[in-house]
Design a protein around this ligand. Structure first.
Ligand code: TXA
Ligand code: MG
Length: 320
């Protein structure tokens, strides 16, 4: 049985991690499925629990930039971004430090490592007590919608992990923005909880990795097109909706849907991001209960967190 731990149980969670166990914990973005990054067996167990392909590397999490920069070699750009945005929803891909002890499987054999310092009090307390880098992919089965509550974690992974630390709902609601700084050209690998515009204000324009994993120089191995997939098919840019469909609304809802989840009544992309994954799950449940044929998603603007929302919706709608 998977233990469900309350906030006060951070010490127990850290002990389980240090003993090689898998512990899900809240971050400001989504819940992560944590394991000791130095422990090869624990890292392998993360891939197994998620059903994750071993070519898709994991992010290592740290309580502060100093700890992160013992495992990777930061340059000026990395130091500037860390100083400005950590703790926060930004992941940096950097050359591995010569003395790094992060298990090679965590990086899927690459000579780079993805590192981040999450902005969540429980995550930071856990990382400090654990005293080791903690790999943590989103705590869902591979390809499924990412979890933003402890209940979502258990819905997908109950029995496959030692414990989940319950910190309520994640404030940001979409995963961290991933920026590759391992080469001379800073490249956006995954739009996420930190808007691209904010990063570009510090280090200048970012190149764009081809999200489809096609022609671009260095696509992120994890950016499979079909991902974040709810059970029901998703239809994008809906301009009308039928009674046999569930509606993911943004702003005034289209009339006539069989079920409605409002992302943000006032069209606020920050609020919408925080409600996106819970909404996909809820509409999926309603769809099954009411025998609806799909989810129709209203358009969301691209500015700010809109880029991450549109990226996740496009993957949710991709052919499986
Ligand atoms: O917000 C988040 O980032 C959450 C929380 C738990 O921290 N974690 C998360 O992890 O979303 P995951 O495993 O679902 O996504 C990690 C992404 C994948 O797209 C992966 O391919 C990419 O980061 N990544 C990891 N290491 C990389 C590397 N060395 N080079 C390029 N991409 C890398
Ligand atoms: Mg994920």
């Amino acid at each position: 049985m998977t233990e469900r731990l309350e906030a006060a149980a951070v010490e127990r969670a850290a002990a389980l991690l240090r003993a090689g166990g898998l512990v899900a914990f809240p971050t400001e973005t989504v819940y992560g499925l944590g394991a000791d990054a130095w422990d090869a067996r624990a890292v392998a167990a993360v891939f197994a629990a998620k059903g994750r392909p071993s070519f898709n590397p994991l992010i290592s999490h740290f309580p502060d930039a100093e700890a992160a920069f013992r495992e990777v070699a930061p340059d000026q750009r990395a130091r500037a971004l860390a100083a400005r945005f950590w703790p926060g929803p930004l992941t940096l891909v950097l050359p591995r430090a010569p003395g790094s002890r992060v298990d090679p499987l965590a990086a899927a054999g690459l000579d780079t490592l993805a590192v981040r310092v999450p902005a969540h009090p429980l995550a930071l307390a856990l990382l400090r007590l654990a005293g080791v880098p903690v790999v943590a992919p989103s705590a869902n089965r591979s390809g499924a919608v990412s979890p933003t509550t402890a209940a979502h974690v258990l819905a997908g992974l109950d029995g496959r992990l030692a414990a989940v630390l319950d910190g309520g709902s994640c404030a940001v609601g979409v995963e961290s923005t991933v920026v590759d700084l391992s080469g001379p050209v800073a490249t956006l690998l995954r739009p996420g909880g930190l808007p691209r515009e904010a990063i570009e204000a510090v280090i200048g324009p970012l190149a764009q990795a081809d999200a489809e994993g096609g022609e671009a120089a260095r696509p992120s191995p994890g950016m499979l097109l079909s991902h974040y997939a709810p059970g029901l098919p998703v239809r994008l840019d809906a301009a009308e909706v039928g009674p046999d469909e569930a509606l993911l609304a943004f702003g005034p809802p289209l009339p006539g849907a069989g079920a409605v989840w409002q992302l943000s009544a006032d069209g606020d992309v920050v609020e919408a991001a925080s409600r996106l994954f819970a909404g996909l799950r809820w509409l999926d449940d309603q769809g099954a209960r009411l025998e609806l044929r799909g989810i129709a998603a209203m358009p969301v603007p691209m500015a700010g967190l809109g880029a991450a929302i549109n990226d996740r919706l496009r993957r949710a709608a991709a052919p499986r």
